[in-house]
Design a binder for this molecule. Structure first.
Ligand code: 3HC
Length: 713
């Protein structure tokens, strides 16, 4: 039967009565399940059922890198009521029930991303074959959008792999590589991409001949004890609930709702479970948290193809990267560039012992990937061979990009620039990993300012997802493109920001850190301060963050900011005492907290002596939170008003990825919009009266308040 024109699904009959169905959503980069696609699936399966020559189905994607990316998230944005969202979920469930109960066996051949509704579709098929390609990733990321798997995923996955393993994926919104999915029992067969089609068709044929796939649930006796009987399961759910509450602190409703959908279904059966799942999906889809997380998804996606400048020239490909400075940062950059980008890296530092240490640290990133089975032994050996180093600039002549990560000092960085310029080619891009120093100041020491740019990474480089890219007014557009593309190749989300002290991240983080120091001096206990901000939604509180960043680094940053912006950035004396006494934080083994064997312990009581204040309760918790948050929002508004970020989108994604501003609040600028500029201005005026001019509302906020507008349209 000929497919209707414009259809996403097409099929042809091959030997043995197998209909090979191909899903290829025309004009879209990925396959997604929209309302129109659902109708198409419905109609196609209708036709397949009716056609007596079709004995079995083998289902594939026509896209190169995705199987199915899930339900169409754009449709969620338009949902106005919980009832409407519930209906959408129920429709999806009904369709997949049809697939699951289809009278002819269905095998799915999975290559590329198989996520959310895409995995739920695959779970409804009778047999799943996956390619062992790194791009083949399976998962249920719905909770990351503030949702739950609402097309039967909360029912089918626990039935297939057991409650424990399913909760592990569903509650964290995890995406697993094909190998792991195979080990967990999500897919039945793992094969090289080249034979995926043949193997899937063969499985469909076998099933048509009466063969029944057999599955043994992984997990052995413990698995049976915990997943296979109601008592064990109750323990599993209790532990999971406790963990979710500890992690979300009540800020994210989706994981708890997902837990309920799974538990309800296992207790009351599939039909009741599906109904509950759809109800809960409906409730979640219209929450403010879900709206915010969906906005972040689209913002991040848009950033993936934004080079941060108008009409970006094509980026140059970097084959060799030079890294100057083999400290923790430089080594992190080197290791990540190899692990993510497979680029050849040459490190340089002043003496060989430092280089050796840096090489070892960079290599640890590769070893870690091997340990986590993200790469094979063979890949590991190939990547390790890409890393080399020396105490001279030999090998820098061929580098298309050099990143310096030396001490945060203008003269030192300028000296390195001059050395690199004489050791490298005329087109080599010089990127400075500075956290505060304006790029134009560094560039003026060299002879090719148009090839100088900033690339501010966050520590630890291997894990932190953001990089600030900072062109000076003289940087060539092609240099910006090359740097942004390279940041992306390193697996980072780059935001292009204006060249001014502290750029975006340290500009808005510094007043927040300073205010935290001020609160300590006023008698707030260290743990209390951290606890309040974690409850607000940050991954760690400001004092823990200070220990992680390093107090010596923090002092440098505050110094530069103070010089540039004046009194509102005046350093708190409490921090100076910490630096003087060598309490640099985690890396020194002592900071505000105690560290033993790399592990963080409790607050070091001796610290209060050093900062010259004893905990006495301090201001009320609400006042503490307000001071910390508003001082940051105020500076964010001021910086946004100065055009430090190109859009509120960049500013918010930057703050979320750079230091973990609570994603469910959408970022500092989105949060300011939610609070309302007029209200923030009023509160800041009150705080300024009480605590001083550092709280004086910025012109940007006053302007928004006066015009009664927002950052976002
Ligand atoms: N819905 C709508 N649009 C989607 C989408 C989806 N599920 N997945 C991807 N897209 C869009 C992107 O917005 C982007 O659009 P654009 O070109 O107009 O900007 C385009 O597809 C390409 O996406 P990427 O740039 O992200 O492509 P990548 O190759 O880098 O990544 C991907 C592909 C891994 C599939 C990534 O897009 C992704 O993670 N997608 C979202 C996956 C997801 O969260 N799925 C769950 C959806 S919710 C659900 O299924 C509910 C169900 O349980 C009922």
């Amino acid at each position: 039967m000929a497919p209707p024109p414009g259809a996403a699904l097409t099929w042809e009959l091959v030997d043995g009565g197998v209909a090979v169905v191909t899903f290829d959503l025309k004009g879209e980069p990925v396959n997604k399940i929209s309302r129109a696609v659902k109708q198409d699936v419905q109609a196609t399966f209708e036709a397949l059922e009716q056609d007596p020559s079709v004995k079995a189905i083998a289902f594939f994607s026509g896209k190169a890198d995705t199987f199915i990316a899930g339900a169409d998230i754009e449709e969620f944005v338009a949902l106005a009521t919980a009832a409407e969202a519930e209906r959408l979920s129920a429709e999806g469930q009904a369709l997949l029930e049809r697939v699951a109960r289809f009278p002819k066996p269905v095998a799915a051949g999975i290559h590329g991303a198989c996520l959310g509704g895409g995995l739920e579709f695959a779970l409804a098929c009778r047999y799943r074959v996956a390619s062992d390609h790194p791009r083949t990733q399976l998962g249920l990321p719905e909770v990351q959008l503030g949702l739950l798997p609402g097309a039967g995923g909360c029912q089918r996955l626990p039935r297939l792999i057991g409650a424990r393993a399913a909760l592990d994926i569903i509650l964290a919104g995890k995406v697993e590589r094909a190998q792991k999915a195979f080990r967990l029992g999500i897919v039945d067969e793992l094969v090289p991409h080249a034979i995926l089609k043949d193997i899937t068709i063969a499985a469909a044929q076998r099933m048509a001949g009466g063969w029944q796939p057999r599955r043994r649930r992984p997990g052995g006796f413990t698995g049976w004890l915990l997943d296979g009987n109601p008592l064990g399961r109750r323990l599993v759910f209790r532990a999971a609930r406790k963990q979710v509450l500890a992690q979300t602190r009540g800020n994210y409703p989706a994981p708890l709702a997902a837990l309920e959908a799974v538990e309800f279904g296992l207790k009351h059966g599939m039909a009741a479970g599906l109904k509950r799942e759809a109800e809960l999906f409906g409730q979640l889809a219209v929450t403010d948290v879900s709206r915010k997380l969906v906005q972040i998804f689209f913002a991040t996606t848009a950033l993936k193809k934004d080079f941060g400048i108008p009409n970006p020239p094509p980026p140059a490909t970097v084959h060799r990267l030079g890294v100057v400075g083999a400290g923790f940062m430089g080594a992190g950059i080197a290791g990540t560039a190899i692990a993510q980008g497979g680029v050849d890296v040459r490190m340089k530092d002043a003496d060989l012992p430092r280089v050796t240490k840096g090489l070892a640290t960079a290599r640890e990133i590769l070893d870690d990937r091997l340990k986590r089975r993200r790469i094979t032994k063979y890949e590991h050996a190939r990547l390790v061979a890409l890393l080399s180093g020396s105490d001279t600039y030999t090998g820098f002549g061929r580098a298309e990009l050099v990143i310096e990560a030396v001490f945060e000092d203008l003269q030192v960085k300028q000296q390195v620039l001059r050395e690199v310029e004489s050791a490298s080619g005329p087109e080599t891009v010089f990127a400075s990993n500075t956290s505060t120093i304006p790029i134009r100041r560094i560039a003026e020491a060299g002879g090719r300012p148009e090839h100088v740019i900033g690339m501010h990474f966050f520590s630890p480089v291997a894990r932190m997802p953001l990089v600030e890219v900072i062109p000076s007014t003289r940087t060539l557009p092609a240099v910006v493109s090359t740097t942004v593309a390279f940041g992306r190749r390193m697996g980072k989300t780059p935001i292009v920001v204006k060249d001014s002290p502290g750029f975006w991240i340290n500009r808005i983080l510094t007043p927040y850190m300073n205010e935290a120091g001020q609160l300590l001096v006023e008698g707030v206990a260290i743990e209390e301060l951290d606890r309040l901000m974690v409850e607000f939604g940050f991954p760690v509180g400001p004092i823990t963050l200070m220990d992680e960043v390093g107090l010596d680094v923090g002092e440098k940053v505050i110094g530069v900011m103070h010089e540039a912006y004046g009194e509102r950035f005046a350093p708190v004396p409490a921090f100076a005492g910490m630096v003087k006494s060598g309490r640099f934080g985690r890396k020194a083994g002592k900071g505000f907290y105690q560290y033993a064997g790399g592990k963080k312990g409790g607050v070091d009581p001796a610290v209060y002596e050093v900062i010259g204040a004893q905990p006495n309760g301090g201001p009320r918790p609400a006042e503490i939170i307000q001071r910390l948050v508003l001082v940051m929002l105020n500076e964010a508004a001021r910086a946004a008003g100065e055009g430090i970020v190109r859009s509120p989108r960049d500013g918010d994604v930057g703050a979320i990825f750079g230091f973990g501003f609570p994603p469910f609040r959408g970022g500092p600028l989105r949060h300011a919009d939610d609070l309302g500029a007029a209200r923030i201005v009023g509160e800041l005026e009150r705080l300024a009266d009480r605590y001083g001019a550092r709280f004086a509302p910025s012109d940007a906020l006053r302007d928004l308040a006066q015009r009664n507008t927002k950052f976002y349209p």
